[in-house]
Design a protein around this ligand. Structure first.
Ligand code: ACM
Length: 550
């Protein structure tokens, strides 16, 4: 039985182990299948040495196996969007998608069926023959939002790393990459009308090495940003792989990098914002945006450029952050207090709500939808806005019951910066212990939800905050193998009745570790970190016991 991850809805393979032997097969791409044909020629072609030419009309196929790609929209009626069917006989291979995304997932399953070697970038053997098990797969996702959030602000991930992560998401049938592009420690996207955001805001002279309690500093300057052309490339690369990129510009908190670049954005009547630098430390920062019309105009300019780079077809949603905005400066600021009176809002919380509502209306006028962290519920949420429920399920439940769309990403379950074992060897341990099995058992739809509200759960995403991940290898270690478990949570249906079968998943992971090896993923081994994956003596911020508010 081939070991597929995520588990398909239905799969049956010939019990006699029958196989289709492919030796320089042909690729017959039906109308509307060009994207997947291109991907197969590029990816499978690279791994096998196959050219995958189209069959020539009127010519016999010369005994070569034909891989046929077709769209079959009627599949969607039974199985929904993104569904597919894959059939392998001894003579031929048929991939059918309800839509181009479904067909693309059929191709991903085909690659898994061909074995780990099919994930290479060049053949490791001169033999061009490959075997596919005879059988059939019928498959469809449970949720439409299957995401990963990468924090590229705390530590920058260069463009090539982002493209690589898009491929890794696609290989796990995930379809949303949420990029956390701005924070106190860095601004990562070029905004042409405000060049200092990256000239100044993308760089910091040093970083704390470890988390807050750590006395150590990494004195190497850190930074980087994506040019607008880089962003267009990332978005196009993702679209070819049916991944939507959701950009996040975090307001009104988490904004010190922007204030360091443009001091007038801060609360100038209570702090000397001209003296602020891009933050070199971790935690929640009091330097938040000033609640002025000028600040709104500044960020409208930022969002105008953002909307150009992320067309509505790519991401109807624009993430405005809204999390962890301390109110001390607004309490102390005569200007902010005057603003509260002028606007007639309910104190500092009302001010935060006013800020978010402004961008909700502004985005809606432009045909977009606002999404923000669950703090945006405080003070009342505009209709049409969606919520990323991170402080547990509660925000998501409240939002869904009030008719808002929700993406479940509770920190107690799917924050992949949290440590994956309790031992002393975990590098810079953060948060609660969340093992591969814990993530596998995460359920995005809490049982308390009414059926109506449950239909508001668009899906889920795993979030990766990178304070203690100084490079891609550290990100890989935190993300894998847990992202494979997460992929199964959001793709595969819950068994009826009963619970997910972790032993079965673990057995399939045997094959999946080989795929990750070939893909060059620096994952955590089941036995713990390899010596070079440890960070002996560097303090993290572990929390003990079971997480509250689950
Ligand atoms: C968050 O973790 N501050 C959204």
């Amino acid at each position: 039985m081939p070991e597929l991850i995520p588990q398909p809805r239905y799969a049956r393979f010939a019990p006699d182990g029958g196989a289709c032997v492919l030796d320089d097969p042909l690729l017959d791409a039906g109308p509307g299948t060009e994207g997947t044909a291109r991907w197969l020629r590029r990816e499978l072609g690279a791994a096998t040495g196959w050219d995958l030419p189209a069959p020539e009309a009127g010519h016999a196929d010369g005994g070569r196996v034909v891989i046929r790609l077709a769209l079959r929209p009627e599949l969607a009626r039974g199985a929904g969007a993104e569904s597919y069917e894959l059939r392998v006989t001894r003579e031929r291979v048929l991939l059918e998608g309800a839509d181009p995304a479904g067909l693309f997932y059929a191709a991903q399953t085909l690659r898994q069926l061909l074995g780990p070697e099919a994930h290479r970038r060049a053949p490791a053997t001169p033999d061009r023959r490959r075997r596919l098990p005879v059988g059939e797969v019928r498959d469809a996702p449970r949720f439409g939002w299957r995401g990963l959030m990468l924090d590229v602000a705390r530590h920058f991930m260069p463009k090539d790393g982002v493209l690589r992560y898009i491929d890794l998401l696609a290989a796990h049938k995930l379809n949303v990459l949420h990029l956390h592009l701005t924070d106190d420690q860095g601004w990562r996207i070029e905004i042409k009308r405000h060049p200092r955001l990256t000239e100044v805001g993308a760089w910091r002279p040093r970083s704390r090495w470890g988390h807050r309690a750590s006395p150590l500093w990494n004195e190497t300057p850190h930074g980087g940003f994506y040019t607008q052309e880089d962003v267009r490339e990332i978005v196009a690369y993702a679209a070819e792989r049916h991944v939507r990129v959701v950009p996040e510009i975090d307001v009104p908190g988490h904004s010190q990098a922007a204030i360091a670049a443009y001091p007038e954005l801060g609360n100038t009547d209570v702090v000397d914002t001209a003296a602020l630098q891009v933050w070199d430390d971790w935690g929640i920062n009091e330097n938040v945006l000033a609640p002025t019309e000028a600040v709104l105009r500044f960020y409208e300019g930022v969002f105008e450029e953002l909307l150009e780079l992320f067309p509505a077809e790519v991401s109807p949603f624009v993430h405005v952050g809204g999390d962890e905005c301390p109110k001390e400066q607004w309490r102390a600021s005569a200007l902010a207090q005057e603003r509260i009176r002028e606007l007639g809002v309910d104190g500092e919380d009302g001010l935060q709500s006013w800020f978010i509502r402004h961008f909700d209306g502004w985005l809606a006028e432009r045909g977009r939808r606002l999404i923000g962290w669950d703090e945006i519920l405080e003070g009342g949420l505009a209709p049409g806005a969606a919520v990323s429920s991170w402080r547990g399920y509660a925000g998501g439940i409240a939002a869904a019951e009030a008719g808002h769309d929700v993406v479940m990403c509770p920190e107690q379950h799917v924050y992949l910066d949290h440590r994956q074992a309790g031992g002393p060897d975990e590098p810079m341990p953060i948060g609660y212990v969340r093992t591969l099995e814990d993530v596998y058992r995460f359920e995005p739809v809490p049982p308390k939800l009414s059926p109506e509200a449950a239909s508001r759960v668009l899906g889920a995403q795993a979030n990766v905050w990178t304070e203690v991940m100084e490079n891609q290898s550290r990100v890989d270690y935190q993300v894998f193998p847990r992202l494979a478990a997460f992929a199964e949570v959001v793709w595969s249906r819950l068994p009826e009745p009963g619970e997910r079968d972790y032993a079965d998943f673990e057995a399939r992971m045997g094959a999946h570790y080989r795929r990750l090896d070939v893909l060059g993923v620096d994952y955590r081994r089941p036995g713990g970190p390899l010596p070079w994956q440890r960070r002996p003596g560097v303090l993290g911020r572990p929390m003990e016991g079971e997480p509250p508010n689950v």
